[in-house]
Structure formats: structure tokens, C-alpha cells
Design a protein around this ligand. Structure first.
Ligand code: SAH
Length: 250
């Protein structure tokens, strides 16, 4: 059996209880060493066989899983954040299905949530934005044309960009082609929930210099939108005049 486990954003106590238990029971662990905090491996048994997938290609990862399975062992494939976001798990799942190896997925705390916590922000504020767009700047991995950043930026929703901290000039240009202005609030969160976490606040106009002055090119999220500002409407949910299924309005 293979368990894909979301490691969370970095802090070892931000893995789920289920994920921690799976690590404690695993015979083999393959972890994404480029981003997963190695401190999480302290949950493993002393004799757990550990592989860093940063140094492996897909076939090597699959070979370890297949060998473990043939020996009746349990494997944890540990991915950073939540595995469903830029986790490259689909190709692994399809290969496992093809050779009849059972697997399941344990979700994790994505870095986009650790960043929201670090920024003390609510991504969905009444009358400001009720939509969160998750995307990335095109890099060595292309982005489908229909999702070109200026097109997404035209919506003006809360925007969370992964894998883009090294391309802030390109990102700024795309944002300004959309609904955002130089004055739209913007933040960079580097290594959210790690001891070396950095929170940089500015505007779309200052985005490239925020990254440059702090030497940030990777392991960071760019968050854009008026939810980072000060204006919003109070929620209906907790409005004392608003009737809900649980409470009658005054
Ligand atoms: N599955 C992961 C994302 C993997 S893609 C998740 O859910 O968070 C890798 C990108 O995620 C990095 O380039 C960076 O943009 C972002 N990232 C991962 N961990 C981060 C962290 N602790 N703080 C800020 N950004 C992070």
C-alpha cells in the first residue's frame, strides 16, 4: 500500500494527525526533499528506509514503490503542502493503478493556507472578493493559453501565485494588464511556517523590488488583491439582524 501524504507547509506540527501516524507506521518513505522539512522524518521508525525524491526521476520513485510493495511493505510518499496542488501525483497514481498497487491520499495544509495565517488575512472578504484564483507564472512548465496571467488578472479576485517568486517583473506586468493597479495590495510570503519565514507587504507597484531587496527567488507565494487592504463589508453570517438555519435575526 502506498499513502500519498501532504506534509503541510513546513512546520512539523502542521502535518495532519493522520499523516503523522502514517509516517510513524511507514516502512519506506519517499519525501520531496527540495521542499519538505526533514524534521518531519523524525516521526518515522528508526529503521524506516528513506529516499529523497529531489534526486530521483519518476521511474526511480516508482521502482522503490514497486519493490516495497513486493516485499509487503507500506510506503509513504510525502509531498509538500497538499499533494493536489502542483504535487505531480497524477502520474504516480496512474502508474500505480496500472500495476495494481493500492494507494490513498492524506491531505495536507497547503502553503497557501500557511501564508494566509502568516499574513493574518481572510482570502474571501464580503464585497471585496469571494473568489480565490490559484495559479503560477509560465516558466519551464507552460501554462495553457486560456489561463494566461493577464486573463486571470482581468477578474481582479484574490490571486495566489505558486512557483513564481523568481519572475516578479513578468508577474507585475501581467497583473497590470488586468484589473489590478500599481496600488493594489500585494504580499510575498517566503517559507511560510518555517523558522526562516519572511512576510513582505507592498503593492503590485513594488512587487519586483520586494523580491529583489530580500533576495527571494523561490519557496515563496505571491498573494495579490484588495483582501490585503482595509476595506470590506461585515459578514452576513454573524450579522445580528440576519436569520440563518441556526439563529433568528433580531
Ligand atoms: N503542494 C504544495 C505546493 C508545491 S509547488 C502546497 O500545497 O503548498 C512548490 C511551490 O509552493 C513553491 O515554489 C512555492 O511557491 C510554494 N511553497 C511551498 N511551500 C511554501 C512555503 N512554506 N511558503 C511559501 N511558499 C511555499
Amino acid at each position: 500500500m502506498v499513502h500519498f501524504v501532504g506534509a503541510g507547509s513546513g512546520a512539523p506540527d502542521l502535518i495532519t494527525v493522520r499523516g503523522m501516524r502514517l509516517l510513524q507506521e511507514a516502512d519506506v518513505v519517499i519525501y520531496a526533499g527540495s521542499l519538505v522539512n526533514p524534521a518531519l522524518l523524525e516521526y518515522c521508525k528508526e529503521d524506516t528506509e528513506i529516499h529523497d525524491s529531489a534526486r530521483m526521476h519518476l521511474e526511480e520513485v516508482l521502482a522503490v514503490m514497486k519493490r516495497a510493495e513486493s516485499e509487503g511493505k507500506t510506503t509513504v510518499r510525502l509531498h509538500t503542502g497538499d499533494p493536489s496542488i502542483y504535487g505531480a501525483i497524477r502520474e504516480q497514481m496512474d502508474a500505480l493503478r496500472e500495476c495494481g498497487i493500492a494507494f490513498d491520499i492524506c491531505p495536507g495544509v497547503s502553503s497557501m493556507y500557511a501564508a494566509a495565517a502568516a499574513l493574518q488575512v481572510e482570502y474571501t472578504l464580503p464585497e471585496v472578493s469571494q473568489t480565490v484564483i490559484i495559479s503560477r507564472a509560465a516558466g519551464r512548465t507552460p501554462v495553457p493559453e486560456k489561463e494566461d496571467l493577464p486573463k486571470l488578472a482581468a477578474i481582479g479576485a484574490t490571486l495566489v501565485l505558486f512557483l513564481s517568486a523568481g519572475q516578479t517583473a513578468q508577474v507585475q506586468k501581467a497583473l497590470l494588464q488586468g484589473a489590478y493597479t500599481e496600488a493594489t495590495p500585494c504580499a510575498i510570503v517566503y517559507k511560510a511556517s518555517w523558522p526562516e519565514e519572511k512576510i513582505l507587504r507592498g503593492t503590485v507597484g513594488t512587487l519586483p523590488e520586494m523580491a529583489e531587496q530580500n533576495g527571494i527567488t523561490q519557496t515563496a507565494l505571491i498573494v495579490v488583491g484588495d483582501v490585503l487592504g482595509n476595506d470590506y463589508a461585515l459578514s452576513k453570517l454573524y450579522d445580528k439582524h440576519f436569520t440563518t438555519g441556526y439563529r433568528k435575526g433580531e
